[in-house]
Design a protein around this ligand. Structure first.
Ligand code: ZN
Length: 153
């Protein structure tokens, strides 16, 4: 008989678990702990972003704004759930208006999506039309294959 007892894996209410949950819930998760890049990539940086990652975060915030998803910003064990617009406002500087960037990029993305949906709808309509024409053709029958009386003459 084994004396081993199965110790259930303890799932702590740890930050990584809540982060996974947040991702599952569709939230954009940004880890602003310590000297981490603000885009959430986890890289340590002396400034706000690793090189080029400000553009990366702008893209992420834009997608979140278009999709209407929230943002979870973490700092160590603490976190807050907010909106992409609020994060953009926090990141804005006198030189760089993140709110306008995100708003304009989101509007452009929505416009592109609407245009794509319009094209898709038009293509579906053409397809349906073609299908209707196809089924509108008369159905052939055996008599169409038989020699006609006139041909025999
Ligand atoms: Zn980054």
């Amino acid at each position: 008989m084994s004396t081993n007892t199965t110790v259930p894996t303890h799932v702590a209410d740890s930050a990584p678990a809540s982060q996974a949950e947040a991702r599952k819930a569709g939230l954009l998760v940004l880890n602003w702990t310590g000297g981490k890049c603000l885009c959430g990539c986890g890289r340590t940086t002396l400034s706000r972003f690793a090189p080029g990652h400000d553009a990366r975060l702008r893209g992420q915030l834009t997608r979140a704004a278009v999709a209407g998803t929230g943002v979870r910003v973490r700092d160590g064990e603490a976190f807050t759930d907010t909106t992409p617009e609020a994060v953009a406002a926090t990141l804005s500087t006198p030189k760089h208006d993140w709110v306008a960037w995100v708003r304009e990029a989101a509007a452009a993305a929505k416009k592109r999506a609407a245009a794509a949906a319009e094209r898709e709808k038009a293509a579906a309509e053409r397809k349906a039309e073609a299908a209707a024409k196809g089924t509108g053709a008369p159905r052939p029958s055996l008599s169409d294959l038989l020699p006609k009386a006139d041909d025999a003459a």
